[in-house]
Design a protein around this ligand. Structure first.
Ligand code: GLC
Length: 438
């Protein structure tokens, strides 16, 4: 089978349009280091992380894509002069996230609007030089994550709607940039110097989470992002740092995580997925309401039951849930988001044993719910019971079953070749968990 990455470069190679030395050499020879394998293992055990989309776009209250829809980038950039998130408190953020049972944070170091939320020497369009706040938000967050023992991942946009040297792709056409000044070498160098800063000045970063490859995908203009050398640099700067890329393809060589956006692995309701599921650790990212960056009109938050069930369904497929929050321009996490975090935390406190450090269950999701597994302990997560019994797929034989929370034994029976577990009155409509010995 042809790899998606090779598919991307092969038209170029065939046409002789571009010579890409070292590409296949590195791509084919990526052998994850022991350090990165350990990160993958920790990551896969975590099951739950919080995504934070925060930048000066929060000031407009219209999501992180606001710049794409019209304002001139120079006019937009003036918002930075008023960006003073007086309520920002890294300790409070990290505590709330940790209490929610999340094990890692993925923070937008720089989104498509090109504004850096960290102290960069590569541009003045950053939190230190362009705002009156002059506090390195990322540094405060990174220090706090370390203090509280929560892993930090950094979102980094491959797209830049503000810089002239970024070769214009499918998006950001109306921001007043001059496409004739596109200069890939200059832009690539800029990104790599910023990534070097991120991986040098902020302590251990467990993953770099790229986004934007699709701006120049193979259906548009063939384009060489020179990912192998960038990935190699990341792995060299911090051997335990994983590479992830939200390109909506099967993973490319050099990547350590497979990402799904707004869909569970194998599903495609949002139109961004459907790619083959790899054997890398899996992560589904999704929003708590409908938007990633703070959107004032979007109060359409998923309820706690939906969020818990989504986390459980992800775990049942062996995937992590990276659940997003868009902090407000004040530096506060929205009140509804905080209340969801609290309730998820309470649930995980009681039931986390059936989620963290589990594997996908031995059968696909069923009409009644899903399953997770730890050694010979199988956890049945009954979320939508249709009758007073659940039928187990025939590849699994149950020796004993009990209610996870109370430990009360549950009756089992046979229905043809299938084992059946008889359900009591269900006290928890979100997820009734049965622990089985198999
Ligand atoms: C998309 C969007 C972006 C968001 C990301 C999160 O790629 O472009 O705004 O950051 O999804 O998954």
């Amino acid at each position: 089978m042809k790899h998606a990455f090779l598919k991307t470069i092969s038209p170029l190679l065939l046409s002789g349009a571009l010579a890409i030395p070292a590409v296949s050499a590195f791509a084919e020879s990526y052998i994850p280091s022991p350090e990165v394998l350990e990160s993958r293992r920790q990551f896969a055990d975590d099951r739950f992380g919080i995504f934070l989309h925060w930048g000066i776009y929060s000031m407009f209250g219209q999501g992180e894509w606001y710049l794409n829809y019209g304002p001139d980038a120079k006019e937009y950039s003036k918002a930075a002069k008023g960006f003073y998130p007086a309520e920002f408190n890294a300790k409070e953020w990290v505590s709330a996230i940790k209490d929610a049972g999340a094990k890692y944070i993925c923070f937008t170091s720089r989104h498509h609007d090109g504004f850096s939320m960290f102290d960069t020497a590569q541009s003045d369009y950053d939190i230190m030089d362009a705002t009156p706040f002059r506090r390195d938000i990322l540094k405060e967050l990174a220090d706090e994550c370390q203090k509280q023992g929560i892993a930090l991942h950094l979102y980094y946009s491959h797209i830049d709607w503000t810089r002239d040297d970024y070769p214009q792709g499918r998006t950001g056409h109306d921001t007043g940039r001059d496409p004739s000044k596109a200069d890939w070498d200059s832009y690539y160098g800029f990104m790599n110097r910023q990534l070097t800063e991120l991986l040098t000045n902020y302590g251990p970063i467990r993953a770099i989470w790229f986004d934007g490859w699709w701006d120049h995908d193979e259906d548009a203009t063939p384009f060489d992002w020179q990912l192998p050398a960038q990935y190699e640099m990341i792995h060299r700067l911090q051997p335990s740092c994983m590479v992830a890329n939200n390109h909506h393809q099967t993973p490319f060589p050099g990547e350590d995580i497979q990402i799904f956006e707004r869909d569970l692995p194998g599903e495609n309701t949002a139109g961004l997925s459907g790619q083959e599921v790899s054997r890398l650790p899996l992560e589904t990212c999704n929003t708590m309401n409908g938007m990633w960056g703070y959107k004032i009109k979007d109060q359409n938050y998923k309820d706690t039951k939906t969020l818990i069930q989504y986390l459980v369904k992800a775990a049942g497929m062996g995937a992590n849930l990276l659940l997003n929050i868009g902090p407000q321009p004040s530096g506060e996490l929205p009140a509804t988001a905080l209340s969801r975090l609290k309730e998820m935390g309470e649930w995980l406190q009681a039931n986390g044993e059936t989620i963290y450090a589990t594997e996908a269950g031995p059968f696909p999701a069923q009409s009644w719910g899903t399953s997770t597994k730890k050694g010979d302990r199988l956890f049945l997560h009954v979320m939508t019971p249709e009758t007073d019994a659940i039928v187990i797929p025939e590849n699994v034989k149950i020796k004993k079953a009990k209610e996870f929370i109370s430990g009360k034994p549950l009756k089992t029976a046979k229905a043809g070749r299938h084992d059946v577990v008889l359900l009591p009155e269900l006290p928890d409509s979100r997820d009734f968990i049965i622990e089985c010995e198999i």
